[in-house]
Design a protein around this ligand. Sequence first.
Ligand SMILES: NC(=O)C1=CN([C@@H]2O[C@H](COP(=O)(O)OP(=O)(O)OC[C@H]3O[C@@H](n4cnc5c(N)ncnc54)[C@H](OP(=O)(O)O)[C@@H]3O)[C@@H](O)[C@H]2O)C=CC1
Ligand SMILES: O=C(O)[C@@H]1CCC=N1
Length: 273
Amino acid sequence: MSFDITNLKVGFIGAGKMAQGIARGLLSSGKVQPSSVIVSSPSSKNHGFFLDFGIATTHSNTTVVQSSHIIFLVVKPHLISTVLNEVSSLITSQQIIISVAAGITIAKLEELLPPNSAVLRLMPNLPCVVQEGALLFSRGTHASEKEADLLRSLLSSCGLVEEGPESFIDIHTGLSGSGIAYVYMFAEAMADGAIKMGMPSSLAHRIAAQTILGAGKLLRDSGQHPAQLRADVCTPGGTTIFGLHALERGGLRSTTMDAVEAATERARELGRK
Ligand SMILES: NC(=O)C1=CN([C@@H]2O[C@H](COP(=O)(O)OP(=O)(O)OC[C@H]3O[C@@H](n4cnc5c(N)ncnc54)[C@H](OP(=O)(O)O)[C@@H]3O)[C@@H](O)[C@H]2O)C=CC1
Ligand SMILES: O=C(O)[C@@H]1CCC=N1
C-alpha cells in the first residue's frame, strides 16, 4: 500500500474531544488540508468545531469510510463493535484503520474488520490540542512499517509519538491518557492550598498552571531524572523539604502509583468486555 501524503483523505468517526484534539494536531502539521478531512457523528453538537476549520461534517459513518484513506475511530470503547458492524463491509485493504478506543485490543478490531485490514491502535492524550500530546501506538497484523511511518508523520505535530508493543498501550492509558487528569487534580489542589493561605483564586490558578508547565518542560528538556531535579530544589532546612514531607505523610507517591495501576487495570477490563 502506498500513499501520497499530500493527497491523503482523512476521516474521523466520532467528533468529540479526542477527535478534535487529533484533528487540530493534524492540521497544524500542514501535511493535511482541512478540505481533505471529513468527520461523522450522530448529532451536530460537535460539528461547529470542525466547520470552523473548514472540515466537512456528516451524520453518516459510511460517507466517512467511502471518502477516506485513513480512518480514525474516535468513539467510546463500547461503541466500537456497533460502528464497525455498520461500516466493516465497506472497508478495503487499501485503507488504514486507527482506533483510539481505550482498552479495545487489536485482536478485537481485527475480528470486527475484513481479513487483511491494516489496523493500528493508538492511545493519544488531550494535549494534542496544544501540540504537546504523548501518543503511543502499536501495529496490527497487517500494518507494516509504511503505515507506521505514515501515522508517525501525520501525528508528528500532536506531540511525542512513540511505537511500542500492544501490552504497553493500556499502561500508557493509565500513565498518560488518564494521567493528565491526575495532574489537573494536583494543579487544583496546589491552587487551593495557595487560596487557603490568602492568595486570590485566579492568580493562584495561573501560577499553578505555569508551575506545572515549567516543571514538565524542565523535566523533559533536561533529560534528568525527576529525583535529581527534586533534590535540586530542596535547600537543607528550607521550605521545599517541609512541603515534600507533608506530601509524603499524605502518601502522594503511593497514591499516584495506585492511580496508574487502577486506570491500567480498568483499560484491560474494558478490553475484556
Ligand atoms: N478524552 C480523552 O482524553 C481521551 C479519549 N480517548 C478515547 O477516545 C475515544 C473518544 O473519547 P472522547 O472524544 O473523549 O469522547 P466524546 O464523548 O467527547 O466523543 C465521542 C464522539 O463519538 C460520537 N458518536 C457516538 N456514537 C457514534 C456512532 N454510532 N457513530 C459515530 N460517532 C458516534 C459522539 O457523537 P455526538 O457528537 O453526536 O455526541 C461524539 O462525537 C474513546 O474511545 C476514548 O477511550 C483516548 C485517549 C484520551
Ligand atoms: O477516561 C477514559 O476512559 C479515556 C481514556 C484515556 C483518557 N480518557
